[in-house]
Write a protein that binds this ligand. Structure first.
Ligand code: FAD
Length: 145
């Protein structure tokens, strides 16, 4: 039984490179052993996260429980939870999109303004946005610079 979960959250004390690297390092070391794939979209300008997690129901639920308790962010808001036949973000153990490198037009296609606000997106829109990022944006495991 495979599921996909999408959530949005807000960083508690801003978002710096060390914090993002720590999250991505943890994800990339731990997710493979639990069969978790996904994509993490970080928007430092707004201090926002949008993440998709895919994998077995038990494993995704366990990880989401960890994530909800994580003090580095707040307002963790479940946007979508569904059974799936196949993964959509299976190419990355936890691909990370840095929105600084994304054309604002891509954000505008899915948002009211060119500033990302995942909390105001529909579940379908948030998923479509992440799929668009996965197919067009530079996916990195660590931010450069
Ligand atoms: P542990 O004490 O190591 O484990 C607690 C329980 O969770 C155990 O039963 C263990 O088997 C289970 N578990 C641990 N890791 C995973 C996993 N990756 N998948 C399924 N079950 C697991 N951490 C990640 O590991 N992967 C992510 O993709 C991820 N994304 C994050 C995104 C954001 C925006 C933030 C802020 C944090 C993210 N984290 C991620 C970190 C996460 O919040 C926890 O800090 C991390 O999972 C360790 O939690 P813990 O110390 O309670 O887990």
């Amino acid at each position: 039984m495979l599921v996909r979960l999408l959530y949005a959250s807000r960083a508690v004390q801003g978002m710096d490179k060390a914090m993002l690297d720590a999250i991505v390092d943890r994800s990339q070391s731990s997710n493979p052993e639990h069969g978790i794939t996904g994509i993490l979209c970080a928007y430092p300008e707004g201090g926002l996260f949008l993440q998709a997690l895919e994998g077995g129901r038990e494993e995704v639920n366990a990880l989401y429980n960890n994530i909800v308790r994580d003090p580095r962010h707040e307002n963790v808001t479940l946007l979508r939870y569904e059974d799936i036949e196949e993964r959509r973000f299976s190419s990355w153990r936890m691909g990370r999109v840095d929105l600084k490198s994304v054309n604002p037009g891509v954000i505008l296609r899915f948002s009211r303004t060119a500033k990302l606000d995942p909390f105001s997106m529909t579940a379908v829109g948030a998923h479509a946005f992440l799929e668009e990022l996965a197919s067009t944006a530079a996916i990195g495991s660590r931010e450069r610079g």
